[in-house]
Design a binder for this molecule. Structure first.
Ligand SMILES: Cc1cc2nc3c(=O)[nH]c(=O)nc-3n(C[C@H](O)[C@H](O)[C@H](O)COP(=O)(O)OP(=O)(O)OC[C@H]3O[C@@H](n4cnc5c(N)ncnc54)[C@H](O)[C@@H]3O)c2cc1C
Length: 457
């Protein structure tokens, strides 16, 4: 096997490096940050003196990410939940969880009992889900906003069901998300099998968690050059690529550029036509932000590990002290997640904190009595790219027309939205391309269960 340099130690780069080094390739991974994991990272907050990260969840249907974790020996460091709790400000709670019924009916009893929806809303939701029963559209031109209108979804069904799931999973407004990817979320995680919809949350801070994947790559012979930025376009030197770092130039037969779309433009050798297309296409992507509010209370404010908070600005609560199994006496550490947080980017910390606390107390009255020991707000302006209608044609393949030059990253052609699973898929696909066997490292999707074995396309 030849030598490979991977630029970017996010999940895409880590997946490519572990796959290739497992086959004996000589792999070097370069990243400008001091840690691996890319956007899925944690760090010690300088004034809070706490290790913080922005909550990252996976689903049972994330087969490639799960395989990456299992191969690195951290499969058991993911806490899995079968139940999704939706809370209303009036104190009502709906729990969606699987029953013994065969898929696609596994969650039907819980859904029929759901107090957050009226009968007409449920009929509309069921009618909508039927559209994704056999699969989801291959074409990505229709927006979710158009789809909701076309399938006559009620205002309450939108607020209490479609919005929390779609905005939570795709991180943008209905106008900026294509039905193809919303359909994929519902088909893979609500309809096809109960396992596909399980919610997985790493039990450890993200850099510690994904550090184990890097350790596995290292054991297989991969070298890491961290705090090294590639700031100039790659250069061709015969049949090799030259990569200029601050104090050295590396030469390699194969290079995988595994950086986000907004970073790729300055690394590509722009004089080549193919890459000029890539540069233009990368300009079609847009980022969407996520804001998280971190709160440390002196006592436990709820016994729930996580929940969807309906009709508020703070859409999800993750009770990290419980997820990490801290003793109740340590108080509550909770993270509130605001997806697609464009309107909140310019709000002051004080303003965001006071409205979040007020909203949180509507669901958990214990907040009013608890003492807030510490708080922090993290704003990630470039959290994900938006799967805007029509974007698919601009997502590049992992193989470029240039020999030895490959791309990876959640934004490349993965068939998935901007997620950790998409990133890992892109890394496995790029590694496969390097070995002239594109799908070699890619894991299969979960098989359909129950009646879905006959109904799924
Ligand atoms: C707040 C937040 C919450 C999220 N929640 C979820 C979630 O719940 N579930 C989920 O599946 N996904 C979630 N995501 C999305 C997920 O983090 C990304 O889709 C995924 O991590 C992207 O991985 P990547 O390897 O493609 O890119 P990145 O993680 O961005 O990695 C790219 C790497 O390239 C490096 N790099 C860039 N330019 C250079 C250069 N010039 N030289 C050297 N190195 C360079 C960067 O430092 C970085 O480490 C979330 C993201 C954020 C920010």
């Amino acid at each position: 096997m030849s030598d490979v340099i991977v630029i970017g130690a996010g999940l895409a780069g880590l997946a490519a490096a572990t796959a290739l080094s497992s086959q004996g390739a000589e792999v070097t991974v370069i990243d400008r940050k001091p840690f691996v994991g890319g956007r899925a990272y944690s760090y010690e907050h300088p004034s809070l003196h706490e290790i913080v990260d922005c909550q990252h969840v996976l689903l049972g249907c994330c087969t490639n990410l799960r395989a990456l974790c299992e191969d690195a020996g951290i499969g058991d460091k993911i806490r899995w939940y079968d139940e999704l709790t939706f809370l209303e400000t009036n104190g009502s709670s709906t729990s969606i969880h699987p029953s013994g019924l065969p898929s696609p009916f596994h969650a039907s009893p819980a859904f029929l009992r759901a107090s957050m929806l009226g009968l007409a809303d449920k009929v509309g939701v069921a009618r909508g889900l039927v559209e994704f029963l056999r699969g989801y559209p291959a074409d990505d031109s229709e927006s979710v906003a158009q789809w909701l209108k076309r399938t006559h979804q009620s205002e309450r069904a939108i607020r209490h069901f479609w919005e929390p799931v779609i905005v939570g999973a795709l991180n943008d407004s209905f106008e900026n998300c294509s039905t193809r990817y919303a359909g994929q979320v519902f088909h893979e995680s609500f309809i096809k099998s109960a396992e596909g919809g399980r919610l997985g949350i790493p039990k450890r801070p993200l850099s510690e968690f994904y550090g184990e994947v890097a350790r596995q790559a290292q054991q297989q012979g991969t070298s890491f050059l961290l705090t090294q930025s590639v700031d100039t376009p790659l250069q061709r030197d015969g049949d090799r690529w030259l990569i200029h770092l601050e104090d050295q130039t590396l030469s390699t037969e194969n290079v995988i550029i595994a950086v986000p779309f907004e970073q790729v433009q300055r690394l590509l050798p722009a004089e080549l036509n193919t890459t000029s297309d890539l540069i233009a296409n990368a300009g079609q992507f847009r980022n969407a932000p996520i804001t998280t509010v971190h709160l440390w209370f002196d006592r436990e404010i709820t016994e729930l590990d996580h929940a969807v908070l309906l009709d508020t600005g703070i859409q999800w609560i993750f009770h990290k002290s419980r997820i990490r199994r801290w003793p109740a006496s340590a108080g509550s550490y909770v993270e509130l997640v605001i997806s697609a947080s464009h309107p909140h980017l310019k709000r002051s910390r004080e303003d965001l904190l006071s409205s979040s606390l007020e909203e949180l107390a509507m669901f958990f009255p214990a907040v009013k009595k608890a003492e807030l020991r510490k708080s922090g707000i993290l704003k990630e302006a470039r959290a994900t790219f938006s799967v805007m209608p029509g974007l698919d044609k601009f997502r590049p393949s992992q193989k470029t027309d240039l020999p030895g030059l490959y791309l990876a990253g959640d934004w490349t052609q993965t068939g998935w939205p901007s997620t950790m699973e998409g990133a890992v898929r892109s890394g496995f696909l790029a590694a496969g391309e390097v070995m002239d066997s594109p799908r070699r490292f890619l894991r299969s999707d979960l098989p359909p269960q129950g009646l879905m074995r006959w109904l799924s396309k």
